[in-house]
Design a protein around this ligand. Structure first.
Ligand SMILES: [Cu+2]
Length: 206
């Protein structure tokens, strides 16, 4: 993890809070609550994802709606060079999370749509995590800013939160989508694969 910026630091007597912008694969803004003890500051509490990071100037954004139970976006809007950010919004009525992993070609995404007890470490060892964000409450808007342009490859969006009505994970109910970042000089994005998954619901949003 790389810390990029401390912001909105407030100190009051022996306590302080600071918003910290840090980056792994994805930029996140987390709030540290600190407490002073014996001349040093100790972390008292940590809240993740308290603010939406800004999309850097010149970086195209792709709208991404989270709802029951789908990721709605236009896979063809993903730039070929992988340099973009998602402008995400939870337009549903349940909290949703936004997990992004890179998956090998030929990997069956339905492997994720299994009961939780069948999700093995071996399964996750086959994919490469880019970032997991959220959960986001209904109405939350957040930008998903990547530390560097996404490498060419196949990516999956996943939400593993539980639907209270069915007890199933959202991913089992269809909250699973994929997109491809083609090599920058390559041909147009292949779309046939998208038909195997609920991404066929994906439509351009305004
Ligand atoms: Cu969800």
């Amino acid at each position: 993890m790389t810390i990029r910026e401390f912001r909105s630091t407030e100190v009051a007597d022996s306590t302080a809070t600071s918003e910290v912008e840090s980056a792994n694969g994805v930029v996140t803004i987390d709030r540290f609550s600190l407490i002073s003890q014996d001349d040093s500051w100790l972390i008292d509490n940590l809240e993740f994802g308290v603010a939406s990071p800004d999309i850097p100037a010149g970086t195209p954004s792709v709208d991404l709606d989270l709802r029951e139970f789908a990721f709605v976006f236009d896979p063809n809007a993903i730039p070929a060079d992988g340099n973009f950010a998602f402008a995400a919004e939870n337009v549903g009525s349940q909290p949703h999370e936004l997990g992004l992993v890179m998956v090998p070609e030929g990997f069956d995404l339905q492997n994720f749509a299994r009961p939780e007890e069948e999700l093995s470490e071996e399964l996750f060892a086959q994919v490469e995590e880019v970032g997991f964000l959220g959960p986001f409450d209904p109405g939350t808007q957040t930008n998903v800013v990547f530390v560097e342009p996404l490498a060419p490859g196949r990516y999956a969006l996943l939400c593993f939160l539980e639907d209270p009505a069915t007890g199933q994970a959202h991913v089992q109910l269809g909250m699973l989508a994929e997109f491809i970042v083609p090599a920058a000089a390559g041909e147009a994005t292949p779309t046939e694969e998208a038909e195997e998954t609920p991404t066929e619901e994906a439509t351009p949003t305004e």
